[in-house]
Design a protein around this ligand. Structure first.
Ligand code: TMP
Length: 201
């Protein structure tokens, strides 16, 4: 069985910290673990990430989607597929559920257009498990405002955009109850981490 775990949630939910803590724990248990992210998990993907998050640009929704998928297909083929074939655990910061939440729930794109493109870009690779860090929008926006690194184009979207993204994740969790685990992202990082470990044991 593949161990391909994605970490998902709205901006500021704490998923990147939780991914790193989970990787440390799995390594201590003796597993080979690859941590990676989307967008930006390859050299080319890092450039795509800059384009996507740069405030100088405001791509139309279709362009934004295609850039995320260009990053994904490069990443799946060059990084995720080889690591899974080597038998490693892959912990990926965002994957397909982000596309449904951001590009479908929060932007005016249609599911029938998205599905064949996702199929093409992901080569059939789906996470075996997804940790969805659930936090309310006000709290999450506060966290991104307090972060040291500068807010990017998507962090700076309106509250109503982030609320639509959150709704997108809620819908995905409802339609994929086996794969998607809802993690209460309230509390300090160790408390949240314990909730994740309890699900992975
Ligand atoms: P990050 O800061 O969590 O790495 O994510 C960068 C931004 O990209 C974040 O605002 C979510 C967004 N995103 C999408 O809109 N669609 C996608 O498919 C992915 C992977 C990320």
């Amino acid at each position: 069985m593949n161990h391909f775990i994605s970490f998902e949630g709205i901006d500021g939910c704490g998923k990147s910290t939780q991914l790193q803590l989970t990787a440390q724990w799995l390594r201590q248990k003796g597993h080979q673990v690859l941590t990676t992210r989307q967008p930006g998990g390859t050299d080319l993907g890092k450039e795509i990430r800059h384009l996507l998050l740069d405030e100088r640009f405001s791509p139309i929704p279709e362009t934004e989607l295609l850039l995320f998928l260009a990053d994904r297909t490069e990443h799946v083929k060059r990084v995720i597929q080889p690591a899974l074939q080597r038998g490693e655990w892959v912990l990926c910061d965002r994957y397909t559920d982000s596309t449904f939440a951001y590009q479908l729930a929060a932007r005016p794109l249609a599911e029938q257009d998205l599905l064949p493109l996702l199929h093409f870009a992901q080569l059939g690779y789906e996470p075996s498990q997804t940790m969805w860090l659930d936090l309310d929008v006000e709290q999450a926006m506060l966290r991104t405002q307090q972060r040291e690194e500068q807010q990017n184009r998507l962090d700076k979207e309106k509250q109503s955009f982030h609320a639509a993204v959150l709704k997108g994740f809620q819908q995905r969790a409802q339609s994929h109850p086996q794969r998607m685990q809802r993690i209460d992202a309230n509390g300090d990082s160790q408390t949240v981490q314990q909730r994740i470990r309890d699900l992975l044991i």
